[in-house]
Design a protein around this ligand. Structure first.
Ligand SMILES: *Cc1c(COP(=O)(O)O)cnc(C)c1O
Length: 425
């Protein structure tokens, strides 16, 4: 597609706002937190996106982590088009579903059986149901600032007075729906009792900026769960196949009972999956009594994209990417320091983030005490310099195969200039 005179970001956004709430199909895409008009993407290739006005950006969003090989990777495009030519959904099982489940089970030691769904939200929602079905218990413990998709019981955002009172974090969620959700501070092992079905955690928190697990935190959760017979559920929707070959489980050597996947595993197509110990997963229908289903689950296009993507994610890939991200983060940190802004760039393996503040946070309360207004100015400075960051201070940066050192150097340069702008007001 090519841009035409009246096909501008503003004109599309104005039209979008008439027919789509807020003009966006996911609130994280809105520019509410940073101000201005979202760029409407026309096309993308590798590390770049072009908007409808033909402005090119180095893209650090990468579909919020769903795309790790870069946009439109030819191997993925080829796999998807080949699959599409054979039909896009059947309502009957296919070979690719078997191959993908085998691949995940081979990579992730704790996963013996896997069920595919169509989004991360479905994965976490279903894992929670399985945990309750398996244990016969009702309570779910989650951590403030961890995001597990938008199902009623898990949407409790935590970190606010509302959450601790058990009042829903979203309108439309009844108190009843969250009555069995307990919110605890991240990086502290909570006290559990025998009503707890599961503890769900982002093993690396990547939805309140980037916060790694404190030493002993994940191990502590494992022990606490074992003590009371609760299941440990890792939400690896971001970290799965992103921080390493076998995700955060491999990185930290802690085995959960259930794991949720999404994003990378779909190679940029709508996907989710959850899996774990055979004994636990065998409570899922049609083997067991926990019902969970999906018309498009294990979709041929999504499994084709996922398989093509995973095939390229070798140990070598991850060590290269982690090395590149470490250099990049060091460069960004230096740029922030020189500017006098002193903002921090945390990294965990291949993930990095921008913390608009001087002291790295370890939990949600500290994460939200950051300079949001400064971030908004910084964001626009970067955008003007051709670098697209997420339009919110709490998202991480997604470097992938397509982000060459040369491109990342340009991001560092843009950071130095944009940071100086923020300092000078
Ligand atoms: C994105 C995300 C989800 C939700 O996945 P969707 O595909 O957007 O439903 C769940 N958990 C984590 C950690 C995520 O980052």
């Amino acid at each position: 597609m090519t841009a035409t005179g009246d096909r501008t970001n503003q004109s599309l956004f104005d039209r979008a706002c008439e027919v789509i709430p807020g003009g966006v199909n996911s609130p994280v895409r809105a520019f509410g937190a940073v101000g201005g008009t979202p760029y409407f993407v026309d096309r993308a290739e590798g590390a770049h996106v072009w908007d409808v006005e033909n402005t090119r950006y180095i893209d650090m969003v990468q579909s919020y982590g769903a795309v790790i090989l870069g946009h439109g990777h030819p191997v993925v495009v080829d796999a998807v088009s080949t699959a599409a030519a054979d039909g896009t959904s059947y309502g009957a099982p296919t070979e690719r579903e078997v191959l993908l489940a085998e691949e995940v089970c081979a990579r992730v030691p704790s996963v013996e059986r896997l069920r595919m769904v169509s989004s991360g939200t479905e994965a976490t929602m279903s894992a929670m149901r399985v945990a309750r079905g398996f244990t016969g218990r009702r309570k779910v413990v989650k951590f403030a600032g961890n995001y597990h998709g938008h199902s009623d019981a898990l949407l409790v955002s935590g970190g606010t007075a509302m959450a601790t009172l058990g009042i829903p974090g979203s309108a439309g969620v009844t108190e009843h729906a969250v009555a069995d959700t307990v919110v605890a501070p991240y990086n502290v092992v909570p006290e559990l009792d025998e009503d707890v079905a599961c503890v769900m955690v982002e093993p690396v928190a990547a939805n309140m900026g980037l916060i790694g697990p404190a030493p002993g935190f994940l191990e502590g959760l494992r022990d606490a769960c074992d003590e009371v017979g609760a299941l440990l559920v890792f939400d690896e929707v971001i970290t799965g196949f992103r921080v390493g070959r076998s995700g955060a489980e491999g990185l930290f050597g802690v085995r959960p009972d259930l794991t949720c996947f999404g994003k990378v595993i779909g190679g940029g197509l709508p996907v989710g999956a959850y899996g774990g110990r055979a004994e636990v997963m065998d409570t899922v229908a049609p083997v067991g009594p926990v019902y969970q289903a999906g018309t498009l689950s294990g979709n041929p296009l999504a499994t084709a994209a996922g398989l093509a993507t995973l095939a390229m994610l070798t140990d070598d890939f991850y060590s290269q990417l982690a090395g590149r991200v470490a250099c990049f983060a060091a460069g960004m940190n230096e740029a922030f320091e020189r500017s006098g802004l002193g903002w921090q760039v945390p990294t965990v393996a291949t993930l990095s983030g921008i913390f608009p503040g001087v002291e790295l946070p370890v939990d949600y309360a500290a994460a939200t005490a950051c300079d949001e207004q400064g971030y908004a100015r910084f964001f626009h400075g970067m955008l003007r310099r051709g670098v697209a960051l997420a339009p919110g201070a709490y998202e991480v940066m997604f470097c992938g195969l397509a982000h060459t050192d040369a491109l990342l150097d340009r991001v560092i340069e843009a950071t130095a200039e944009s940071a100086a702008e923020v300092v000078s007001g």
